[in-house]
Ligand binder design. Sequence first.
Ligand SMILES: Cc1cc2nc3c(=O)[nH]c(=O)nc-3n(C[C@H](O)[C@H](O)[C@H](O)COP(=O)(O)OP(=O)(O)OC[C@H]3O[C@@H](n4cnc5c(N)ncnc54)[C@H](O)[C@@H]3O)c2cc1C
Length: 418
Amino acid sequence: MRAVVVGAGLGGLLAACALAERGFRVRVHESLPYPGGRFTNLEFRGFQLSTGALHMIPHGRRGPLAEMLAELGAGVEIFRSEPQAVFRIGGRDYGVDEVYSAFSTGEKLRAMKLLAMMKLGRARAGEESYAEWLERHLRSELVMRLADAFTGWCLSLRAHQVPAAEVLAQVENLARLGETGVPDGGCRGVVDALVEVLESNGGELRVRSRVLGVSGTSWSFRVHTGEGAEEAEVVVCNAGLHRSAELAEGVLPPEYVRMLRGVESVPGVKISVACDEPVLGHSGVVFTPDAERVCGMNEVTNAVPELAPPGKHLLMAHAAPAGGDLRREAEIALRDLHRLIPDFRKRCRVLAVQTYRGEWPVNHAPSGTHIPPETPAGGLYLVGDGVKPRGWMETDGIAMGVREMLEHLSRALEESSV
Ligand SMILES: Cc1cc2nc3c(=O)[nH]c(=O)nc-3n(C[C@H](O)[C@H](O)[C@H](O)COP(=O)(O)OP(=O)(O)OC[C@H]3O[C@@H](n4cnc5c(N)ncnc54)[C@H](O)[C@@H]3O)c2cc1C
């Protein structure tokens, strides 16, 4: 069977490799001159900046992305971050287990109990947001700031913008899998390995090739590009929810197209900084609950030195915006960095400030929005960060979405005579 994948982002490449391995004739169209979408490197002054991600995989070597890469034979080493995370409060870094010492005695006991319940998957939530849920259980200003930094870093949303049930499911997965990691070569290390697997299984990647539309009916599609039209039984769209709706408008019911168009993407700001010495000193996340916009920082060159010129370090900070003017949000985030890092001016040099929104966002759907990969048109699937199952974040969520898509496709093929 023929499969066409629209977009060579992480979801598109994972799906393409898996389909090629299952014997599909796969062609991937990517409109940009390079594969990887928001998960690849951008070289700048010898530093490996990125098109999106902060060179980190949330569940590291033990998560769904690592598992899928191994299954596909994509040999990428993922280095475990040690420590996984610390919290910078009042200028001091607290380990995950030490953070309780920043609480009052009453807060400490309640916070410890609640976190234990969350990690064991025994905490329950109704329809409320994570902020409302915490307010109901703890009512602590510090806990709220920690929660905002956590969701801001992982999801680019503040605690009041995410359903509590989603965060509880994510914390349970984090507690179970328990690590964060940095891939060798950064984001691009993963993408290069996937392209190699795709091509070694007979799949084809066409860059600078924009898909203009998809027509036809279930299991019998025509994919239109500047080069003409090609036929495929299966089409996998990795182009984001809005663009997928636009491309496949003719083959999808209008109410479904309206639903996809109604999902709002999640904005963010990333600041990449060059340092002459390690400023954080490890490859884990430094959550920053004291800051106005910056939610966390990392320094991945402590795990993969090649991401910076010899002897230098690359520090990245992520900010979840509070308003729509991203230029202003970036200015506030830059002010944060001057406060968070002692002697910032002497030790650091800002390399790039990147803003994300619209069709190039942090996420195509806010966490807690669950759109299944299958569409009403048989054989037409969605993958990418608009399609993440409950409880899974970032690239590990994308891998879980691709797995769901593959399971659905196998069932559909078994049940039908396609
Ligand atoms: C600032 C920031 C920080 C992040 N940090 C992390 C992190 O540390 N860890 C982590 O795991 N995740 C992180 N993420 C999230 C992660 O980068 C994204 O979720 C992931 O890269 C998205 O992959 P995707 O499969 O949705 O594809 P995308 O990256 O959206 O790629 C889709 C591709 O489709 C192409 N395309 C679109 N339309 C067409 C068309 N008509 N024809 C052909 N091609 C088309 C696009 O050019 C693009 O290359 C971060 C994101 C951002 C922005």
